[in-house]
Design a protein around this ligand. Structure first.
Ligand SMILES: Nc1[nH]c(=O)nc2c1ncn2[C@H]1C[C@H](O)[C@@H](COP(=O)(O)OP(=O)(O)OP(=O)(O)O)O1
Length: 172
């Protein structure tokens, strides 16, 4: 990106903390078609808003239980995403991966499960930022990313990958 960010990221604070989970097994990733909330109609991982008093890890497990009736085992934090939005609250999203889970993935009022080959992830049906970090995360890299959106379009972005990126997370 050539233009400068219009956000002061040193002082920026999100109005909404949130989470995402990507379960990966046998070369496939468990995505959802999201039926309500922010990003309704898009493909994403399960996840949602962090409740007051909840940790990101507690939230992502609860959201997987609510949305898909599964409990991910040993979730590993992989990244943080900072979204400065134009028309919805700014979001600080904690992204996790897991390779195993209890339960049977089940469609609910919130989500329809979609096992997808890692090389067939439908980025055109996802938030625009996902193509900037999900391939790298699925290849095992930790990351952080800052994005400015107007509506659902990215105006500016900055991504970092690797251990140095994890050192910049605002929350462990
Ligand atoms: N730019 C973006 N890219 C992305 O991949 N996920 C995003 C995103 N912006 C928001 N999300 C996700 C993160 C989180 O899982 C979700 C937060 O909104 P939701 O409305 O789904 O929260 P909840 O499931 O808690 O909502 P309700 O239960 O409907 O109140 O949206």
């Amino acid at each position: 990106m050539t233009k400068a960010s219009s956000v002061n990221w040193q002082t920026w604070q999100a109005e909404m903390p949130a989470t995402l989970m990507f379960v990966v097994r046998d070369g496939k990733v468990l995505l959802i078609e999201k039926l309500r909330g922010i990003g309704k109609g898009k493909v994403n991982g399960p996840g949602g808003k962090i409740d007051p008093g909840e940790t990101p890890l507690e939230c992502v497990v609860r959201e997987c239980q609510e949305e898909l009736h599964i409990t991910p085992k040993n979730p590993l934090k992989m990244g943080e995403l900072w979204f400065a939005m134009s028309d919805i609250p700014d979001i600080h999203c904690h992204v996790f991966m897991a390779t195993d889970y209890d339960g049977v993935e089940t469609a609910t009022e919130e989500a329809v499960p979609m096992w997808t080959a890692i090389d067939e992830v439908p980025y055109e049906r996802m938030w625009e930022d996902d193509a900037h970090w999900l391939p790298q995360m699925l290849a095992g890299q930790m990351f952080n990313g800052r994005f400015e959106f107007t509506g659902e379009k990215i105006d500016w972005l900055e991504m970092h990958f690797g251990d140095a990126a994890a050192a910049e997370w605002k929350h462990v």
